[in-house]
Design a protein. Structure first.
Length: 254
């Protein structure tokens, strides 16, 4: 595995604003710096000439500021995922003949200067520099190998809807976090009974994910009844049609 420092990842303007924001709770913070950090998983030793090629490929953007570092915080795409940048960059290095590289990933290394308690950094700084839904924080460069960890696929399981009915699906919904509504549970039970088979956990997760991402289309296009009066348009229709928003009290609430 190779670890290669890159150029500046965050503008000085944003760094300045971030420092001002953090110092409200961490007045001992002296400075911050952020640079790209590239990690290459290799299958074989990379010859010197190919290493020069890799260095040139990863030499882009503005040079990073160098500051005295009291703490390094590394932010990478969420462990267990492969980022779009990784997919493209790995393809590029392969086309440049660097076939010894299995995968290339990029994160951001934050250099923190100041005498700070780790608990305070975790509370007031880290939430501002990473997205916990899509990214992971790595505290030690020795742990960067975990970026490329692979796990065995889980076994496909079935939810016994034919035997257990709604209760079986309700239990699976709570245990696996599908976030299915009552009407969706009723719909799924009815559909799988008509098919004469039980659903798999993968099928239910796909159903839940699609509904989670696109529920606004499903709900906003539904029939609407306000104060007992059926509306002529769906909510999307009301939003698209001038003058319809006054049925909700007027104004552009978004």
């Amino acid at each position: 595995m190779l670890i290669l420092d890159g150029g500046s990842a965050v503008s000085r303007f944003r760094i300045s604003k971030l420092c001002d924001q953090v110092r409200e709770n961490l007045p001992s913070l002296k400075d911050l710096s952020a640079r790209y950090l590239h990690v290459a998983l290799t299958r074989n030793h990379l010859p010197a000439k190919k290493r020069e090629t890799l260095d040139r490929l990863l030499d882009y953007g503005v040079s990073a500021d160098t500051i005295a570092t009291d703490l390094e915080i590394m932010v990478f795409p969420r462990t267990g995922t492969i980022s779009p940048w990784s997919t493209k960059a790995t393809d590029i290095v392969h086309r440049c003949g660097l076939t010894e590289i299995v995968r290339l990933e990029r994160g951001v290394s934050w250099s923190v200067r100041g005498v700070l308690e780790l608990s305070a950094v975790e509370q007031y700084l880290i939430p501002l520099i990473y997205d916990r839904m899509t990214e992971s924080v790595v505290s030690d460069r020795q742990n960067l190998q975990t970026l490329f960890a692979e796990s065995e696929p889980g076994r496909l399981t079935k939810i016994e809807v034919l035997h257990g009915g709604q209760n079986a699906l309700i239990e699976a919904n709570e245990r696996m976090g599908f976030a299915l509504s009552d009407d969706e549970i009723d719909y799924l039970v009815e559909q799988y009974r008509s098919l004469g088979r039980d659903p798999t956990d993968a099928e239910l997760m796909m159903f839940a994910q699609v509904n989670s991402e696109h529920c606004r289309h499903k709900i906003f296009n539904a029939d609407w009844v306000i104060g007992g009066e059926p509306m002529a348009d769906s909510l999307f229709g009301m939003i698209r049609t001038p003058g319809r928003s006054d049925r909700f009290g007027g104004g552009n609430s978004g």
